[in-house]
Design a protein around this ligand. Structure first.
Ligand code: TEU
Length: 579
């Protein structure tokens, strides 16, 4: 493809890095998937905690937005020690969130509106209240019940030292000592996360059989897929050797003896044995009709290593955390996009794109920091406060760039409103175990989990019929409420909606990617063509002039027109149709 300047001279060159794929293929290859974090999406019961009937009541919002699928974070029976990522019963709904009948209704109504449902599966660990763990504690050392978890004798003369030196990702030791039924100090058990999240032993056939059965339980109910929590963590290196590095809570990366290693080192993550599990699960899904999908939540780098999770007989997608973690820099973004497409094309998998989720500071705030897109684990009183206006401007540009890329895109609830992080939450309201487990050095993830604002003028911004919210919302959120944006041209919500519409119309999800050189300075602008759409994101100080013959479809901010030529200002992205 070539683009011409006003005098008909060719000024640009393009480099194709990803060819279009057949649009008729599996839905997950090009889907826009919206993450619902049930406790903070919408509350129907009035207790201030979101629930499944709340989600059902707002399905029209998601249908109108134009998403293809919804991923629901965990709603299973749980003591909520890690907001539901500590599951006590994989086949039951927690009363906080409703009933199985509520789930069935949500699924049916979503399907009626043409939206698929992905549920979250947490197989690395259970809750300490899971009946298996309770049975293991009661049965004592050497029992078959203990074999399903990672119990070990302690080191030291009296077993008073942990079996190895591993640390929990939430801070503190990864081992907790138990008390024997006799009342004596006993064995230790491994928990890569909170004490209340004991790791399962994936070498045990009963564990494998149980989770295949759990998959079937939800497949039988009609779910379209599963997001697999900590997909890189289930298998540990034999012998559980000591490790002289630490795992970052912030980006899952591993720090080894002073060097910042990639997220694939260390004996607790990304062991080759995990792939057998996914090969077996792929077969379970294949027994069912329709295209059901497995999505890997694996903080694994480099991208070529992550791509091993989405080989043809394993999972279908993996979250692209390398993209999420990339700084606000044109060259860095081009590099990660090229590497992402190359790694996934190599195994025939779609590439995914994601900017925010329930574990990270919302990108509208990350991008407003002095070091844009640095990844603090939470922001609170006394921390550097993001520039809200700058963050939103960049977030809108980043999202428009992301939605223009070929592959599957994830939207975290509220980002369609441009919602910032709650960066001034009272510390005594924090619930993320990372806050206290790190000795209050990391604020944790509560700031991105605050209940959504639906109606500007109502108590709790219409989140709950009683006005209650389990975490307080900042007053400034009245400007972000859905009803303040709906139908307002140029609002973030209407920008997302229009982007999804155009994305569908031009089949961008199953599209192509060619880098375009010669539009703006390559150090300052990210410019690519996807099918017939040119996507220009300006990260530099100078305006970027659009090529002649490019008709603007959509922009993340105001454009400047001078002498008939349209230019894209700093921190603005634009989609334009190529003639
Ligand atoms: O997160 C897995 C994980 O590795 C995270 O700790 C990650 O490193 C960090 O959150 C990045 O900021 C999953 C869930 O998404 C998270 O909510 C759970 O707390 C965790 O597993 C344990 O189940």
């Amino acid at each position: 493809m070539t683009l011409a300047d006003p005098h008909g001279r060719t000024t640009t060159t393009t480099t194709l890095v990803h060819a279009p794929s057949d649009t008729a293929g599996e839905w997950w290859r090009h889907a826009v998937i919206y993450q619902v974090y049930p406790r903070s999406f919408a509350d129907a019961s009035g207790d201030g905690i979101g629930d499944l009937p709340g989600v059902t009541s707002r399905l029209d919002h998601l249908a109108r937005l134009g998403v293809d699928a919804i991923w629901l974070s965990p709603f299973y029976r749980s003591p909520q020690a890690d907001a539901g990522y500590d599951v006590a019963d994989y086949r039951a709904i927690d009363p906080l969130f409703g009933t199985l009948a509520d789930f069935n209704e949500l699924l049916e109504r979503a399907h009626q509106r043409g939206m698929r449902i992905i549920v979250d599966l947490v197989p690395n660990h259970t809750s300490d209240e899971h009946e298996w763990f309770q049975a293991a504690l009661a049965a004592g050392p050497g029992s078959p019940e203990r074999e399903r978890y990672m119990f070990r004798e302690g080191k030291g003369e009296h077993g008073e030292l942990p079996p190895n030196n591993w640390e929990s990702i939430f801070g503190g030791p990864a081992w907790t000592r138990t008390t024997d039924p006799s009342g004596e100090p006993g064995q230790w058990y491994l928990h890569m996360f909170d004490t209340r999240q004991p790791d399962l032993n994936w070498e045990h056939p009963e564990v494998r059989a149980e989770f295949e059965d759990v998959l079937r339980f939800w497949l039988d109910r009609g779910v379209d897929g599963f997001r697999i929590d900590v997909a890189h963590g289930m298998v540990k290196a034999p012998g559980l050797p000591d490790w002289h590095g630490s795992v970052s809570m912030i980006d899952g990366s591993h720090d080894e003896a002073g060097s910042t290693g990639a997220g694939n080192s260390g004996p607790m993550f990304d062991q080759d044995g995990v792939h057998d599990i996914y090969r077996a699960w792929n077969k379970v899904l294949a027994e069912y009709d329709g295209d059901r999908a497995l999505v890997a939540e694996a903080w694994v780098e480099p991208l070529s290593r992550l791509a091993r999770y989405v080989r043809p007989d394993e999972m279908h997608q993996a979250f692209n955390f390398s993209f999420l973690s990339t700084t606000w820099d044109a060259a860095a973004l081009r590099t990660v996009v090229t590497a992402s497409l190359a790694a996934n094309d190599n195994v025939g998998a779609p590439t995914t794109w994601v900017m925010s989720n329930h574990d990270t500071v919302r990108h509208a705030s990350r991008l407003g920091l002095l070091e844009p897109n640095s990844r603090p684990n939470g922001i609170g009183h006394g921390d550097e406060q993001p520039d809200e206006e700058l963050g939103l401007r960049r977030a809108r540009a980043a999202s428009l760039m992301m939605l223009g890329l070929p592959g599957s895109a994830y939207i975290y609830q509220g980002e369609e409103l441009g919602l910032p992080e709650h960066t001034a939450l009272d510390d005594d309201l924090r619930q993320d175990p990372a806050w206290w487990r790190t000795g209050h050095t990391e604020r944790g993830r509560d700031g991105c989990r605050v209940p959504l604002p639906w109606k500007a003028g109502e108590p709790g911004f219409g989140f709950s019929p009683t006005g209650a919210t389990w975490l307080p919302q900042p007053d400034s959120w009245s400007a972000y409420a859905l009803d303040a944006q709906k139908g307002v041209p140029g609002s973030t919500y209407e920008m997302y909606r229009e982007a999804l519409r155009v994305r569908r119309e031009f089949h961008l999800g199953s599209g192509s990617l060619a880098w375009v050189d010669g539009v703006g300075d390559e150090q300052a602008a990210v410019v690519f063509a996807n099918r017939d759409v040119l996507v220009v994101t300006n990260l530099g100080d100078e305006p970027v002039v659009l090529p002649e013959g490019a008709t603007v479809l959509l922009a993340s901010g105001d454009l400047v027109t001078e002498d008939g030529r349209v230019s894209v200002p700093t921190d603005v992205a634009v989609w334009a149709r190529l003639s």
